[in-house]
Design a binder for this molecule. Structure first.
Ligand SMILES: *[C@@H]1O[C@H](CO)[C@@H](O)[C@H](O)[C@H]1NC(C)=O
Ligand SMILES: *[C@@H]1O[C@H](CO)[C@@H](O)[C@H](O)[C@H]1NC(C)=O
Length: 351
């Protein structure tokens, strides 16, 4: 844990919430915190996982209060609801009371292709080992450069649900980012060309459908149909070795909520909406509707005047290269700060 200082709100919380450097308590308070943490929590994080996982699992689970994120999120997000299917399924098209108002990526309106695809593929369930948990502790691992040398790998691996983004590598970065991946959110242009290398055999590959070509790409790959090269802003993989039962399509509802509720953009008229949240922002919104504990790590970009600083932990790309994208990272940073301030989510790195 090194530089991480734990929070001293209560015995209960301090054990599971490493907080940011900005929250570091000075002097005797830090000392008292350390003693209390050691007393309450023993040395669980420090001992070999193989020996202590069963015990720490039980202990850590006690620290997860079911409904914690839900009650806090409901204060900030109007009409907050956890009753929406997580992944798209065919039956949603026939039984939902109110059909989607929006087309992709904010809704399913008018997507014939999606209907066809779901009729054929039809994988939508949440894996049993996650579904049966009474309390879901999730960590959303961003791709930020601040994960470099963080040594957070062992901590990240202890969450029930580890969500990763796009083509972020794990292989050779395990010490800092961990090796467990429960779900990976991506779109064709951000898909990993070697999905085996950076995922586990049971990792769910969760497609964010931005446009109808994205669903077509998945359909073509899974059914081994003739490849299509047009319609993407960057060439996606043509060979992509993933088991069909490990693929899912994220319900566009979370995109709508991200844009309207988290980033506060107007959706009227729908065809004018131009906001494209980052995969990370979307994953946080999803976690707010799916988990009982939401921690994040590796979020945040370098200061805008820092043109030389890489933005990712695994490559040298700088902020300059982001300028052309449709993401509004300033708005997203404010949204994440607000969630952190209200303690809906907590951060394992600094922000
Ligand atoms: C909340 O839901 C109600 C009823 O569906 C709707 O009238 C209202 O506009 C919604 N509010 C927001 C902020 O989405
Ligand atoms: C990470 O550690 C390596 C080796 O100690 C060092 O060379 C590098 O500068 C560090 N990078 C960061 C971002 O701290």
């Amino acid at each position: 844990m090194g530089a991480q200082v734990l929070d001293n709100e209560s015995c209960h919380q301090s054990s599971f919430y490493p907080t940011s450097k900005m929250n570091r308590k000075p002097g005797w308070k830090a000392g008292a915190t350390f003693l209390m943490v050691t007393f309450c929590f023993g040395t669980l994080w420090y001992l070999p996982v193989e020996i202590y996982l069963p015990r720490s699992y039980v202990d850590v689970r006690d620290l997860c209060s079911p409904g914690d994120v839900a009650s806090k999120a409901a204060v900030l997000i109007s009409n907050y609801s956890r009753n929406h299917p997580v992944f798209l399924q065919l039956s949603d098209y026939f039984w939902v009371e109110k059909h989607s108002l929006y087309e992709l990526p904010y809704g399913t309106k008018g997507s014939e292709l999606l209907l066809k695809f779901l009729a054929l593929a039809g994988h939508y369930h949440v894996p049993n080992q996650i579904e049966r948990l009474q309390c879901r502790r999730c960590v959303v691992v961003g791709n930020g450069h601040r994960l470099k040398n963080s040594s957070l790998g062992n901590i990240i691996n202890k969450y029930d649900v580890v969500i990763r983004l796009n083509n972020a590598p794990v292989h050779k970065y395990e010490k800092d980012v961990g090796s467990k991946t429960s779900m990976r959110f991506f779109y064709p242009e951000s898909a990993d060309f070697d999905p085996d290398l950076d995922n586990n055999p049971n990792t769910l590959m969760v497609l964010i459908p931005f446009k109808s070509m994205d669903i077509k790409w998945m359909k073509i790959i899974l059914n081994n149909e003739k490849r299509v090269r047009k319609g993407f802003w960057k060439m996606p993989p043509i060979i992509w070795d993933v088991e069909p039962q490990n693929t899912r399509i994220l319900n566009p509802y979370y995109m709508e909520v991200t844009v309207t509720k988290i980033l506060g953009s107007e959706m009227k008229p729908p065809e004018k909406v131009k906001v494209r949240p980052t995969t990370g922002m979307l994953a946080i919104t999803f976690a707010l509707h799916f988990c009982d504990v939401v921690h994040i790590a590796g979020f945040g970009y370098p200061a805008s005047d820092n043109e030389k600083q890489p933005i990712h932990y695994y490559e040298k790309v700088t902020l300059k290269s982001m300028a052309v994208t449709e993401h509004n990272i300033t708005m997203e940073a404010l949204a994440i700060k607000k969630l952190l301030q209200h303690r809906v989510i907590q951060n394992l790195t600094y922000f």
